[in-house]
Design a protein around this ligand. Structure first.
Ligand SMILES: *Cc1c(COP(=O)(O)O)cnc(C)c1O
Length: 379
């Protein structure tokens, strides 16, 4: 693999995170969410690791993602749940992928019934996220009954999605849980076998009452903390490392600048390391004069403007640089080196965003290199 900027993805960490979530789910089916290229980790590798870790199902957002999983060899024994809306163009793709689909309108129900294939359907109640699903519990019930009555359709699930599961102490989470339960439990009494599901990673980890029959963790399977805190505190192991190398080391005298717009001007003589990663790789421009990297096991601050292809770090002043580094040395932007660690949560904080966006945002220019605890990854 050409050395420049690489995402090193440890599928062993994903396996262990999923196994930990399987234990937390305490009997509920774990449906691992691998949408958006496995939150930037590589969808197929993430799916394989999740299944080895004990996930029973997979979930994706789009019909194309479901079909890509099937074409990569995910067989019919693994259910693929489609979480998103389906356009007219996507619907046949979803059905070709034999995905479980989500319904909340009579129009989509009619289209599914007209297709003639045997289709597994999940009805979605909008219990308060205000995005997809129907807010009308009576309509959701009528849809579920119609699915159950349709000869080629199977009522497979009834579900909802939380707005504030990642905000511990927020009362709306409990309110959504109450609304969902009031709708879904009587439904399951009338249609035994329908799977109830609601929990994302945050709900799975914070409240067993949200588990029902199946849980849908995404971010946590990658070892990212759904609450934006240190993943280690919840026994999650970050799977993704972002690494580059020192392309140039150069003196920067007091008064000299680095980068576009001269947004860093050295206050005293120092030494800079230029690292070939930038916003073209998804290492975002908002990190200008923020963030840190690791070199030789030491932390160095990012200085100047993040450009498309390069960024500069300050090695510090002294007799030579305070942090010694030479061209060719490894630079860790996310991950562990020596005793130091930078998490995706740390990077997210600098950007005023969430860890999800940090890993999803890594561009296709960054090769994903999969390994399992440093050994070749299983195929
Ligand atoms: C993405 C998604 C999930 C997974 O959420 P995480 O916060 O990543 O665990 C679960 N359910 C639905 C409907 C989603 O869209």
């Amino acid at each position: 693999m050409a050395r420049r900027a690489l995402a090193l993805v440890n599928v062993g960490a994903i396996e262990r995170n999923v196994a930990r979530l399987v234990r937390a789910a305490d009997g509920a089916i774990v449906c691992a969410v691998v949408k958006a290229d496995g939150y930037g980790h590589g969808m197929l590798a993430a799916a394989g690791a999740a299944l080895r870790g004990g996930a029973g199902w997979l979930a994706v957002a789009t019909a194309g993602e479901a079909l890509a999983l099937r074409r990569a060899g995910i067989g019919p024994d693994v259910r693929i749940l489609l979480l998103g809306a389906l356009s007219d163009e996507e619907l046949p793709v979803a059905l070709d992928a034999a995905a479980d689909v989500t319904v909340w309108t009579p129009e989509l129900l009619d289209a599914l019934a007209a297709d003639g294939r045997r289709i597994r359907v999940h009805v979605k109640l909008d219990s308060g996220l205000g995005r997809l699903g129907t807010r009308d519990a009576a309509q959701a019930t009528a849809l579920a009954d119609a699915v159950a009555a349709a000869p080629t359709l199977e009522l497979a699930g009834a579900w909802t999605h939380f707005a504030t599961a990642d905000e511990p102490g927020d009362a709306f989470f409990g309110e959504q849980l109450r609304r969902f339960r009031a709708w879904a439990e009587p439904l399951r009494d009338r249609h035994p076998g329908v799977l109830l599901h609601a929990a994302n990673s945050a709900a799975l980890l914070r409240d067993p009452a949200s588990h029902f029959d199946l849980v849908r963790p995404g971010v946590a399977i990658y070892g990212l903390d759904p609450f934006g805190e240190d993943p280690a505190a919840r026994d999650l192991e970050p799977a993704l490392g972002l690494v580059s190398y020192v392309a140039a080391v150069k003196a920067c005298a007091a008064g000299q600048s680095a980068g576009y717009g001269r947004r860093f001007v050295a206050a005293r003589d120092t030494t800079l390391a230029t690292v070939p990663i930038g916003y073209g790789d998804g290492y975002r421009r908002g990190l200008t004069n923020r963030a840190e990297a690791l070199v030789g096991g030491r932390r160095i601050p990012l200085v100047g403007t993040v450009s498309m292809d390069n960024v500069t770090f300050d090695l510090g002043a002294g007799e030579g640089p305070a942090v010694p580094a030479a061209a060719g040395d490894d630079v860790v932007l996310i991950g562990i080196q020596g005793g130091e660690r930078i998490t995706a949560e740390d990077v997210a904080r600098h950007l005023d965003t969430i860890n999800y966006e940090v890993t999803c945002g890594l561009s296709s220019r960054v090769p994903r290199v999969h390994h399992r605890d440093g050994e070749p990854a299983p195929a």
